[in-house]
Design a protein around this ligand. Structure first.
Ligand code: COA
Length: 177
């Protein structure tokens, strides 16, 4: 048996097809949970993912053997870094891979970090809260989504924003919000 094959490896990833495969497997959990008119299949097409890469989203991934099992992106957006597209293959969830990738991104960033997710994705909100993020109120959420994200209006209305630690206060002090 090749023991090295089983050691999870964290690395940068830019293969749109491979990233999409992880996202689309994990995104099945949204079916019937997010608003019906926001659900589509595939949840993320390779073309849409390619656009995200061109817009500056940088992905980290975890591979085991030859399989990519988790991905998490971050996107520098001026005064902030955004966490974008955090997905772990369903059979690998709740094993600390999400946390490992989040910590990797924290290590890379010196900016206030924000993350947006579906308001109905209670598990994801819990995941971020357990990792030092704080949910912002609807007024601040709407303002931040408008300032730092480029997502459809319908998605804005169904989303929440969480800030890492004192990220929101830092942005306020800097006059960014
Ligand atoms: C959210 C996600 C990225 C977290 O990655 P992960 O590797 O599963 O998370 P970790 O193992 O580091 O942390 C686990 C914690 O996250 C939360 N959590 C993750 N998945 C959960 C689920 N299905 N149900 C309830 N809580 C969940 C819990 O607080 C959990 O702690 P617990 O197992 O002690 O209850 C991953 O579960 C996932 O891909 N979910 C589906 C897609 C999604 O919602 N993505 C978020 C987009 S912003």
């Amino acid at each position: 048996m090749n023991v090295m094959r089983d050691v999870p490896r964290i690395h940068r990833v830019s293969d749109a097809q491979a990233i999409c495969a992880v996202i689309n497997a994990a995104a099945q959990i949204y079916r019937g949970v997010i608003p019906d008119d926001c659900w589509h299949e595939p949840y993320m097409s390779a073309a849409a993912l390619q656009q995200e890469l061109e817009d500056g989203v940088v992905f980290w991934g975890v591979s085991q053997g030859h399989e990519l099992v988790a991905v998490m992106g971050f996107q520098p957006r001026g005064a902030v870094d955004l966490i974008r597209h955090a997905y772990v293959r369903p059979e690998r969830q709740r094993n600390g891979l999400g946390r490992t990738l989040l910590e990797k991104i924290h290590d890379q960033s010196s900016c206030p970090i924000l993350v947006g997710t579906w308001a109905s994705a209670h598990w994801a909100i819990r995941f971020y809260e357990r990792n030092g993020y704080r949910r912002l109120n609807p007024r601040h959420t709407a303002r931040l989504l408008d300032t730092f994200w480029r997502i459809p209006k319908r998605q804005v209305g169904a989303s929440v924003v969480l800030a890492r630690g004192d990220a929101f206060e830092r942005l306020r002090l800097a006059g960014e919000v």
